[in-house]
Design a protein around this ligand. Structure first.
Ligand SMILES: Cc1cc2nc3c(=O)[nH]c(=O)nc-3n(C[C@H](O)[C@H](O)[C@H](O)COP(=O)(O)OP(=O)(O)OC[C@H]3O[C@@H](n4cnc5c(N)ncnc54)[C@H](O)[C@@H]3O)c2cc1C
Length: 435
């Protein structure tokens, strides 16, 4: 791996997501050798993936090079590698590019898509955790529109113009809102051969309301926004199977579709090698104490989505969203320094800054401690917060100008099939498999 052993203690961080990045940025400049590894050479801003898959943003606006973070420090190093397993006896990790000894190990590997054991969905559906997967969805949507224009089979045309999304959490809601914007503003101009009313967007949810993690008020508002945009919301509807053409559910609803997007859940993405007692099996996340130490280990920590810290306020662990990951990353950096300086460890306390989701232009819902609200002001706050947390000045600037342009022109500039998806599934398998 070409990483020199110095006299500094070595902190190895697996994963350059929100948690890993927050931690590394705090450790730069400290007297430790920090090594961060990720299978990608960039950080992904997952909350805006849906804009990549619906042609609103180019992928490079939401990805940030890992080496740009580490380049100014000789003590902080990045390696692009897949971490395969951990040897806790001898304190080293095994990766796709070799082994590496650690003094302190931090697992920040996030989560992966949860299919709840449904093989037909895993085989035939689309999902969105990474930039390549978002690009696959973008290509698929645009290819299906192109095919709908030329097919003379009415049943096939109907299936090509049916868009089915499963899971009305923030991802499903935001994605269906953005596809509805395509239907309402792009299709009428770009595809004169398609009557926009032929295009149907179905959002299926197993529970009795959209945005289940948010307040009832936000949920009702978001539901109304979705209907205003023309999204057909089906509550209390569980998908049973998708064979690549037909979706069947536990109700009478059966839909023919060539676009089936699964956004119904995530589960932890652990690394092999730790004792079974370290895992909370049902959640597939590591059980950590208030200092993010994994159960049964002193020098191995977990932060972000992969960590399950039970507290009085969060008996099932913190929500799997960006803020706990960022706050834990920063906090653990401080605690590692506390250990090295012989100071007491400080317990982590999550500061909930609120939850929000957007449903197309001018519409969003926000839950804050002080109350819940929706509409244009919420949408404005949503934009500001996302720009604020996007990493890199260039990314903020490009995203801001893209949004301005899209807003004034009712346009989505990135509706390009650069890398076709259909007929290329085999080559794309790697992208799809990396769940
Ligand atoms: C589509 C989508 C939309 C979302 N929208 C929102 C939102 O609006 N607001 C919000 O707060 N949260 C949102 N989230 C959730 C939020 O993105 C996650 O909670 C957050 O990314 C968790 O951060 P993390 O650092 O724990 O993991 P991640 O950000 O997932 O990072 C994990 C990193 O580890 C790397 N990795 C994993 N395994 C390995 C391995 N074995 N070897 C090497 N590298 C590895 C991955 O490549 C990745 O870079 C969204 C998530 C998704 C998927």
């Amino acid at each position: 791996m070409n990483i020199p052993r110095t006299n500094l203690p070595r902190v190895v961080i697996i994963g350059g997501g929100f948690a890993g990045m927050a931690m590394v940025r705090k450790l730069i400049g400290e007297d430790v050798q920090t090594v961060i590894l990720d299978r990608h050479n960039y950080h992904t801003f997952q909350p805006l993936l849906y804009q990549v898959s619906t042609s609103g943003l180019e992928p490079d606006s939401i990805a940030y090079p890992m080496r740009k973070i580490t380049r100014n420090s000789k003590k902080c190093l990045f390696r692009m590698a897949e971490v395969k397993s951990i040897n806790t006896e001898k304190s080293y990790i095994e990766t796709s590019i070799g082994d590496l000894i650690y003094d302190y190990l931090v697992i920040a590997t996030g989560s992966k898509t949860n299919f709840f054991g449904n093989k037909s969905i895993e085989k035939n559906g689309m999902w969105m955790k990474t930039v390549p997967q978002a690009l696959n969805i973008r290509s698929l949507i645009l290819e299906n529109l192109e095919q709908a224009v030329i097919t003379d089979d009415p049943e096939k045309r109907k299936a090509l113009l049916n868009f089915v999304l499963v899971g009305a959490g923030p991802t499903g809601v935001e994605l269906s809102g953005a596809i509805a914007e395509l239907k309402n503003h792009i299709v009428p101009n770009d595809y004169p051969d398609i009557n926009p009313n032929e295009m149907n967007i179905h959002l299926l949810e197993g529970l009795d309301r959209v945005l289940p993690p948010m307040s009832e008020k936000a949920s009702k508002k978001a539901h109304a926004f979705l209907e205003e945009l023309g999204v057909k919301v089906h509550l209390n509807t569980m998908v049973e199977e998708y064979d690549g053409h037909l979706v069947t559910t536990n109700t009478d609803l059966a839909l023919k579709t060539e676009t089936f997007i699964w956004a119904a859940g995530v589960t932890g993405a652990p690394v092999k090698g730790l004792k079974a007692e370290a895992m909370v099996e049902k959640a597939n996340r590591y059980e950590v104490n208030a200092f993010n130490q994994i159960k049964g280990y002193e020098n191995i920590f977990a932060i972000g989505d992969i960590a399950l810290m039970q507290t009085e306020a969060y008996p099932k662990g913190h929500p799997m969203v960006a803020q706990p990951a960022i706050q834990q990353g920063k906090h653990l950096a401080r605690n590692i320094m506390n250990i090295l300086e012989g100071k007491q460890l400080e317990a982590f306390k999550y500061k909930d800054k609120g939850t929000m989701a957007t449903v197309g232009r001018n519409r969003a819902v926000v839950d804050l401690e002080q109350g819940s609200f929706g509409g244009f002001f919420a949408w404005f706050i949503w934009m500001f917060v996302h720009l604020w947390f996007l990493i890199g000045f260039r990314n903020r600037l490009v995203t801001f100008f893209n949004w301005l342009y899209n807003y004034w022109n009712y346009d989505k500039a990135a509706r390009l099939i650069i890398r076709p998806f259909k007929g290329y599934e085999k080559q794309m398998k790697v992208d799809k498999e990396e769940i």
